[in-house]
Ligand binder design. Structure first.
Ligand code: ZN
Length: 363
C-alpha cells in the first residue's frame, strides 16, 4: 500500500498551504539527486515527495484525494488521467523549478548566468569524386545567431538602453525567506541578468539576436572521403554571457565515381580483357585519376585477379603519400563475333578437340 501524500510529506491532513510547502522544500532538498549522487533510493523518495506535493499543492487534486483517496478523476488504482504519474517526472524540470536553490548540475551556480559555450554546427558539402581526390575550396553557408543589427544585441529599442533591475538592484539574485531557510534565487524580474529592457527592440522583440547566414571559405583536403569532417573552430553558434563560440563541422559527401571504387586510399578499377589477352599476356592502357598508364597483364591471368599499380590511388589524409590503384581483371566473353573472329575461334576449338583433356572440375 502506497503512503498517502500526507505521510510522504509528514504533515497533518489539516496542514495549510504554507506548512505543506515548507515540508516539501525541506524534504526535496534533503533527497535531491544533486545532493545524493547515485543514490537510487533518494531519487525514488524525491519522486515520491514531488508526487505528494503535486497533489497537495493543487486545490482540486487535494480535494479529489481527500474525497476519493486518489488524485485521479475516477479514483481507484493507479494514477489516472489528470492524476500524477511518477513515470512522467522529469528531474530537469524539477531542477528548473528551483533554479538557484540547488543549481543545475550541482555546480553551485546561482545569481547571474554563467558563460556558456555556443553550440556546434554541422554543414554538408557534396563534391564530385574527382574534386574530393584533388582537394577543393568550397563556400559553405551557415545559419547562426548574431547580435541584432538594430539594437546591437542589447535587446532595447535604439535610443533606449537596458536599466538596472529595480527588484534585485542589479545583483541578479533575490533572497526568499521561508521560516527555516533563506534561499537565494535568480531574480524573477530580470532572470538573473541584473538589467531589464523597458522598451524592447521591435526588430528582435527584445531577444538581442537574429538569424543570419554566414558564408565561410573551407578548404577540403585532397583525398577527402565520404564522411570526412573539416572543423572550423569558433564558427558555430556564438556563446552566451561571454562564453566562447561553438565549432562548425563541414561534412563532406562524395558523389560516387562511375570508374573507381574506393577502399581507404586505394582505388579499385575493373579492367575488362579478352581471353587471348588473359591467356597470352598483354599490355593494356588503363585510366587513373592522373591520366592513363600502361598495365602489364601477365600470361595466364585469371578473372578476378587484382594487379597493383603503385602510387596511383587517392592521396592519404594522414601521413602524406598516395594509395595504390588496384586493377581488378575481368575476362570478358564476347556476345557477338565477326566472321573472322568466329573462324579463328573455331580453329582454336578444333585444336583443343584433337588433343582431348579431362575436365578438372575440382581444380
Ligand atoms: Zn534588436
Amino acid at each position: 500500500m502506497a503512503r498517502s501524500p500526507y505521510e510522504v510529506l509528514g504533515v497533518a491532513k489539516t496542514a495549510g498551504d504554507d506548512e505543506i510547502k515548507k515540508a516539501y522544500r525541506k524534504l526535496a532538498r534533503e533527497n535531491h539527486p544533486d545532493a545524493n549522487q547515485g543514490d537510487a533510493a533518494a531519487e525514488e523518495r524525491f519522486k515520491e515527495i514531488q508526487g505528494a506535493y503535486d497533489i497537495l499543492s493543487d486545490v482540486e487534486k487535494r480535494k479529489q484525494y481527500d474525497t476519493f483517496g486518489s488524485a485521479g478523476p475516477r479514483g481507484g488504482g493507479g494514477p489516472g488521467p489528470g492524476g500524477f504519474s511518477y513515470e512522467n517526472v522529469d528531474l530537469s524540470d524539477l531542477l528548473g523549478q528551483f533554479g538557484g536553490i540547488f543549481g543545475r548540475g550541482g555546480g553551485g551556480r546561482r545569481g547571474r548566468p554563467q558563460p556558456e559555450r555556443g553550440a556546434d554546427l554541422e554543414s554538408r558539402v557534396r563534391l564530385p569524386f574527382e574534386d574530393a581526390l584533388a582537394g577543393a575550396q568550397v563556400r559553405v553557408p551557415v545559419e547562426v545567431d548574431a547580435a541584432c543589427r538594430t539594437c546591437h544585441g542589447t535587446g532595447a529599442e535604439p535610443g533606449t538602453s537596458p536599466v538596472t533591475c529595480p527588484q534585485c538592484n542589479g545583483s541578479g539574485t533575490v533572497s526568499d525567506s521561508h521560516g527555516l531557510f533563506a534561499l537565494s534565487q535568480p531574480c524573477p524580474r530580470c532572470r538573473g541578468n541584473g538589467v531589464i529592457v523597458e522598451k524592447p527592440c521591435t526588430t528582435c522583440r527584445g531577444a538581442g539576436r537574429e538569424r543570419v547566414t554566414k558564408r565561410y571559405a573551407v578548404k577540403i583536403p585532397a583525398g577527402a572521403k565520404d564522411g570526412t569532417k573539416v572543423r572550423l573552430k569558433g564558427k558555430g553558434e556564438p556563446g552566451a554571457n561571454g562564453g566562447p563560440a561553438g565549432d562548425l563541422f563541414v561534412v563532406v559527401s562524395v558523389v560516387p565515381s562511375t570508374l573507381y571504387e574506393r577502399r581507404d586510399a586505394d582505388l579499385i578499377l575493373e579492367v575488362p580483357i579478352t581471353y587471348p589477352e588473359a591467356t597470352l599476356g598483354a599490355t593494356v592502357e588503363i585510366p587513373t585519376p592522373e591520366g592513363p598508364v600502361n598495365l602489364k597483364v601477365p600470361s595466364g591471368t585469371e578473372s578476378g585477379k587484382l594487379l597493383r599499380v603503385k602510387g596511383r590511388g587517392a592521396p592519404k589524409l594522414k601521413g602524406g603519400g598516395k594509395g595504390d590503384l588496384l586493377a581488378r581483371i575481368r575476362v570478358t566473353v564476347p556476345q557477338k563475333l565477326t566472321k573472322a573472329e568466329k573462324e579463328a575461334l573455331e580453329g582454336y576449338d578444333r585444336v583443343l578437340r584433337e588433343r582431348p583433356r579431362d575436365r578438372a572440375f575440382n581444380e
